[in-house]
Design a protein around this ligand. Structure first.
Ligand SMILES: Nc1ncnc2c1ncn2[C@@H]1O[C@H](COP(=O)(O)OP(=O)(O)O)[C@@H](O)[C@H]1O
Ligand SMILES: [Mg+2]
Length: 249
C-alpha cells in the first residue's frame, strides 16, 4: 500500500525565519500519530503546508503515490485530506445537523444534481444521521451550535471534517481551550474514528497524546527533534525538559 502522506525536505521560510526546517515525515496507513512541540514550533504551519493553505519554500509533499506539492487546497480535500482548525469555523445559528449537512453537500454537490430534491434531502439526512450516530453525538443533532458547550462544538468540527470522507485527517489541537471534563469526551470521540483513516493529531495535553497515539513526532523550532513510540518519547530527557521543565499553553 502506498503511503498516505509523506514530506521530503519540506521547508518554509518567512524572510530569514525558518519555520519548517527540512522536515522528512511519514504518515502510515491507519496511523494514530501525534505531532507535539512547544508553541511556535511550527505545528500549525506544517498542517497548513500539507493542506495547501501556504506554499512551501522548498521540498515535496506526496500522498498515495502522488506529488501534491503544488495541488490546490480544494483538490487536496478531494484527494482525501481533511483537517480541523484551531479556530472555530461553525455557523452558530444553525443546528449541528445543519452544519454537518452543509459540509456533506459541499462534497456531493455536483453528483446529487442527478436526483430529485426529495431523494437528495432523504439521502442527505441519512448520511448526516449516520455520521453523528457513528460519533455518538446524535443527541446534539437538533441543537444550535450557539447553545452547545465549547467541547461539543469541537466535536461538531471533527464531524464536519469527516463529512468529506477523508483518508487522512489532520487535527490541530481539537481539545484546545476545552475544560478537562469535556476533553475526555473529545478523546473518546477520536478513539471511535474509523481505523482506516490515517490521523495526525496536534495536541499539547500529553495524557491525551499518550492515550491516543502510538507514534509521536516532536517538532522544535521547525525541525524534527525525534520520533518514536510513547515509551521512547516519554523517557527522552529533551522531551521532559520541554514538557515538564517549563509551562506552555
Ligand atoms: N505568516 C507568517 N509570517 C511570519 N511568521 C509566521 C507566519 N505564520 C507563522 N509564523 C511563525 O512561525 C512559527 C511557527 O508558528 P506555528 O506554526 O503557528 O507554530 P505552532 O502551531 O507549533 O504553535 C512562529 O514563530 C510564528 O510566529
Ligand atoms: Mg498551532
Amino acid at each position: 500500500m502506498t503511503i498516505p502522506l509523506q514530506t521530503v525536505g519540506l521547508t518554509k521560510n518567512y524572510g530569514g525565519l525558518c519555520v519548517t526546517d527540512a522536515v522528512d515525515f511519514s504518515l502510515e496507513p491507519g496511523a494514530r500519530h501525534a505531532l507535539i512541540g512547544p508553541n511556535g514550533a511550527g505545528k500549525t504551519t506544517f498542517v497548513n503546508l500539507i493542506t495547501g493553505v501556504i506554499p512551501p519554500t522548498s521540498g515535496e509533499i506526496r500522498s498515495f503515490g502522488r506529488d501534491i506539492t503544488n495541488m490546490a487546497p480544494r483538490q487536496r480535500v478531494k484527494h482525501g485530506i481533511a483537517r480541523t482548525f484551531q479556530i472555530n469555523s461553525l455557523f452558530p445559528q444553525l443546528t449541528t445537523a445543519e452544519n454537518v449537512a452543509l459540509a456533506i453537500t459541499e462534497r456531493t454537490g455536483a453528483a446529487s444534481r442527478m436526483f430529485s430534491r426529495v431523494e437528495r434531502d432523504a439521502e442527505l439526512e441519512r448520511e448526516t444521521v449516520t455520521l453523528l450516530e457513528d460519533l455518538s453525538i446524535l443527541d446534539m443533532a437538533n441543537k444550535r451550535i450557539a447553545g452547545l458547550a465549547y467541547g461539543q462544538r469541537r466535536m461538531v468540527e471533527i464531524a464536519i471534517a469527516l463529512a468529506v470522507k477523508p483518508q487522512i485527517l489532520l487535527l490541530d489541537e481539537p481539545a484546545a481551550g476545552v475544560p478537562t471534563n469535556e476533553s475526555r469526551a473529545i478523546i473518546e470521540l477520536l478513539e471511535r474514528l474509523p481505523s482506516h483513516i490515517s490521523i495526525l493529531l496536534i495536541e499539547h495535553d500529553m495524557d491525551l497524546v499518550f492515550r491516543f497515539a502510538n507514534k509521536i513526532t516532536v517538532l522544535v523550532e521547525g525541525h524534527v527533534l525525534l520520533e518514536g513510540d510513547c515509551a521512547q518519547i516519554r523517557s527522552d530527557a529533551r522531551v521532559k525538559e520541554i514538557y515538564l521543565g517549563r509551562r506552555h499553553g
